[in-house]
Each structure stands twice: as structure tokens, then as C-alpha cells.
Design a protein around this ligand. Structure first.
Ligand code: NOJ
Length: 487
């Protein structure tokens, strides 16, 4: 009798567990929304703020699709009270925003603090806390001071000093109230994708050299910031310091072992190159081997991958209290062909080809196709590769071009990606602690200007008041937060 009942019981349990619509988010799970300074603030030259690379690059004809800039954006520099009001209405636990470096330190690398800039963030942070919303602060979301860019940006070893000087200022000014710090947003976009823009890298340098110098200096700056927090602030401020890495899931395009290895190699080049030194130890082996081999082929005297000393490896290892994850989409990945040895870049080193399935729903950011199961796979891979760290999903979102308030597709996107999150938590035991939607409102989408909209709120950019109106997806997210379940 017993041997029959047990399997039946197990089956019932499985059926019960697979009804994800009945699941709730764990009690300590936090919901939030995210933005970044250049994308929402405006006030580009106000109250002592100086130029960042984005204030400059947006002036390059043809660089931004609609010729727009972030000069005014959502005007959050003036409308922060309204931002806090709409955040409160959503009922979020977290608000992730970034600080504009050149609003705080006008000189970029000097230490003179711009009081007006500090006052702006003090007002915002105090209002958030008064409304029971916890600030999650990104220190660097791509708006490098132009003064530092002129000195070579991330390729200059002085970057580490410049950044830690700024980071220390932030801990001093805001650390009594900010308890969750993110050093960098999406390092692989910084170093590999947007490198020429964000680091002001000239074409005189081979990309494949500068890219890894950037990776090296960024990781050192991250680790040093963590140690500064440990030494000077942690005891009295009791906060947490992490980093946000973006991770597109790489799925092998076939069962061919070469394609399976290629997909794993892309994961390691995209994510492992930053996560491994911080969580495990050193760059992933496949990255070290592949860049070394490729550099030999290209006739470089040594690997283009700037290596860490043992002391550096030890100092970078363990410098995280949580891992921030930005996730949007998935690629099918296969073995690529070896490029001409006269060329050198991160892409060539990765040696993969990639495509997306035509059946996957497309979005206004055409590469960000909707593939919810990719999120669950990415979360599981992080769990197994890095020993199940605490993960905060710091961005996830859907773009359209219309900005219509009736945004069914965005609702569907959140339903499915939140469902994938629930599966990762309840079925797979992944330590996901938060989900922050990108974004609170439509904003300046980098080189796509205002043509691509990710907001839970619509912003009328034609109106000087920049009014915000909640979309149906915002109403949906609000219900999820209130009920802690998916409908
Ligand atoms: C990631 C970036 O962090 C954010 O700035 C951007 O707007 C979103 N992805 C959407 O592309």
C-alpha cells in the first residue's frame, strides 16, 4: 500500500508546485524599479554640474537616432518629488537610481564637493526614506566625467584612484542612509560594447587591448571601493556593496559539442570575465586561454588580456555582498570561425556566432527578444557556477515605440519574467532576493534617444512639464507588489 501512496503523494505535490500562479514571492523578496541619472535627470548644466561623456557624445551628428539629448530628459532634477510620489503609488520597496558623478565632483578627479549636487540627492534620498522606499544607488551608470575621459578614461591606470575618490565621497555624503550600493552598471557594455564612447578610446589603439585594460581597471576600482567600505564605513553604516552585471542567456544552437562549448564560452566572456574574479578567482580559464592563443596568432608579444598579480587576484576575490543582475534576452550560440589575424577585439576572441529564433517575440530594442525561460536558465547557471550568491535582479524590462498606456505586451512580459523568477526561487532554490523593473518611466534610451520606451509610466516629452502617466503595466506591477502573486 505504502509503495503506491508515496508516488501518488509526490505527484500531487509536483502538480501543486507546478501551479506557479498560486505561488507567492517570499516574505523578504523586494520589488523595485530602476532608472539612471543621464537617462532621467536633465539639469545638464545646472548648479555646478559639469560635462559627462554623454553630454558631449549626444552632440555628435547622427549618433542619437532622433538627434535628442539628455539635457532635459524626464526633468527629474526638478521633478524628484513627483518621482517619489509615483514610486509610492506603485508601492515599491526599492528605488534604484544612479548618481551623476559630475554633479557631485565638478572636476571629476578632484575632491571639491559640489554642495548643490549633494543637496539634490539628499532631498531625493530623504524623501524616499520618509516614504518607506529604500534607495539602491548605482555609482557609475555610464556618465563618465569628460575631464577623465580626456585622460583616456578606463584605459588610464589612474582611473582606479579617480573612481575610488568619488566612491568614498558618496559613502561620506550618503552612506548614513544608503545601505545598498552598486559600483558599476553593466561593465561589459562599458568595456566591450560602448567602449569607444564611454572611455573616449581613440581608434589609434587596437580595441582588443583597450577593452581588457578597461576590464582590469574597472575590476580593481570595484574591489578597492569594496575595501574602502570595509575599512572606513561598514562598521558604522552597515550597508552592502555589490556590482550589476548584465547577462544575456547563451543557449547552444545545437547539441553539437562545439556549439555547446561556444555557448559556455560566450557566457564566460560576457559574464564570467567580471563575475569570476569577484566571486571565484581570476579570469575564467577559457578567457585566459583563448585571448592568449589569439594574441599569439596576431603576433602580440604577450596576451592582450591584462593579467592580475596574485595579490590583485586575492584582493578582488570576495568583494561583493550581493550580485546585481540585468537581464533582458537570450541568444542561440554556435561555434564561430577564426577571424583574420590582423584584427583584434573581444568579439573575435569570443569566436561565436549567434542568432535569435524568429518565433520569439520582438521588441522595440530589436535584439531584446522575449525569452522568459532564458532568465530562469541564467539564474540557475549563476547558482551552480558561483555557489548560489544572493542575486538582486536590478533591471528587466520591455520596450515599445508607442508609449501607449494600454501596453498588454509589457504586462505579458512582466508576467512571464516574474514567473520565471518564481520558478527559479521555488523549483530551483536560486537565491533571488529582488526584482527591479526597467524602468519607472520612459526615458532617454542612449543612442536611441526617446524613440524606444521602457517605462511603467508614460512621459510626454513634448510637454515642458514632462507629465508622467501610469501605464496599464504600471497598474499590473502595482497589483503584483500588493498581492505578492502573479494573476
Ligand atoms: C541596460 C542599461 O543599464 C539601461 O541604461 C538601459 O536603458 C536598459 N538596459 C535598456 O536598454
Amino acid at each position: 500500500m505504502q509503495h503506491i501512496t508515496l508516488p501518488i503523494l509526490k505527484l500531487c505535490l509536483l502538480i501543486h508546485l507546478s501551479k506557479t500562479e498560486d505561488w507567492t514571492f517570499p516574505e523578504d523578496f523586494k520589488f523595485g524599479v530602476a532608472t539612471s541619472a543621464y537617462q532621467i535627470e536633465g539639469g545638464a548644466k545646472e548648479d555646478g554640474k559639469t560635462l559627462s561623456v554623454w553630454d558631449r557624445i549626444t552632440r555628435t551628428p547622427g549618433f542619437v537616432t532622433d538627434g535628442s539629448t539628455g539635457d532635459v530628459a524626464c526633468d527629474s532634477y526638478h521633478k524628484w518629488e513627483e518621482d517619489v510620489r509615483i514610486l509610492k503609488e506603485l508601492g515599491v520597496d526599492y528605488y534604484r537610481f544612479s548618481i551623476s558623478w559630475t554633479r557631485i565632483l565638478s572636476g571629476g578627479y578632484t575632491s571639491t564637493v559640489n554642495e548643490a549636487g549633494v543637496a539634490y540627492y539628499n532631498n531625493l534620498i530623504n524623501a524616499l526614506i520618509a516614504n518607506d522606499i529604500e534607495p539602491v544607488v548605482t555609482m557609475y551608470h555610464w556618465d563618465m566625467p569628460q575631464t577623465i575621459s580626456t585622460l583616456g578614461g578606463f584605459s588610464n591606470s589612474a582611473w582606479v584612484d579617480f573612481f575610488t575618490n568619488y566612491a568614498r565621497t558618496l559613502f561620506e555624503q550618503f552612506g548614513d542612509r544608503v545601505k545598498l550600493w552598486i559600483t558599476f552598471n553593466e561593465p561589459n557594455i562599458i568595456c566591450h560594447y560602448f567602449n569607444s564612447v564611454l572611455g573616449n578610446i581613440t581608434e589609434a589603439y587596437p580595441n582588443g587591448v583597450i577593452e581588457y585594460l578597461c576590464t582590469y581597471h574597472l575590476l580593481k576600482a570595484h574591489a578597492e571601493t569594496y575595501h574602502i567600505y570595509d575599512r572606513e564605513f561598514r562598521q558604522r553604516q552597515q550597508g552592502k556593496v555589490g556590482i550589476t552585471l548584465n547577462f544575456e542567456w547563451s543557449e547552444p544552437m545545437s547539441n553539437d559539442p562545439e556549439d555547446v562549448a561556444a555557448a559556455e564560452r560566450r557566457r564566460q566572456f560576457d559574464f564570467g570575465i567580471f563575475a569570476n574574479p569577484i566571486i571565484n578567482f581570476d579570469y575564467p580559464k577559457v578567457v585566459r586561454d583563448r585571448v592568449a592563443a589569439r594574441s599569439r596568432l596576431e603576433d602580440f608579444p604577450r596576451s592582450r588580456l591584462k593579467r592580475f598579480t596574485l595579490a590583485e587576484k586575492l584582493s578582488i576575490r570576495g568583494t561583493y555582498d550581493f550580485l546585481g543582475l540585468n537581464h533582458y534576452t537570450t541568444w542561440l550560440v554556435g561555434e564561430g570561425s577564426e577571424a583574420d589575424p590582423t584584427e583584434h577585439s573581444f568579439y573575435i576572441d569570443t569566436k561565436v556566432r549567434r542568432m535569435q529564433d524568429d518565433s520569439w517575440e520582438t521588441t522595440a530594442a530589436p535584439d531584446n527578444k522575449v525569452v522568459p525561460e532564458g532568465l530562469r536558465k541564467a539564474l540557475n547557471w549563476i547558482k551552480t557556477t558561483y555557489g548560489n550568491p544572493d542575486i538582486l535582479i536590478t533591471e528587466c524590462g520591455y520596450s515599445d515605440t508607442t508609449g501607449t498606456l494600454e501596453d498588454d505586451r509589457r504586462i505579458n512580459f512582466y508576467k512571464e519574467y516574474l514567473n520565471a523568477t518564481l520558478e527559479a526561487i521555488h523549483l530551483d532554490g536560486v537565491n533571488v532576493k529582488a526584482f527591479m523593473a526597467w524602468s519607472l518611466m520612459d526615458n532617454f534610451e542612449w543612442n536611441q534617444g526617446y524613440t524606444v520606451k521602457f517605462g511603467l509610466h508614460y512621459v510626454d516629452f513634448e510637454n515642458p512639464e514632462r507629465p508622467r502617466s501610469i501605464k496599464q503595466s504600471g497598474e499590473y506591477f502595482k497589483r503584483v507588489i500588493a498581492t505578492r502573486t502573479l494573476e
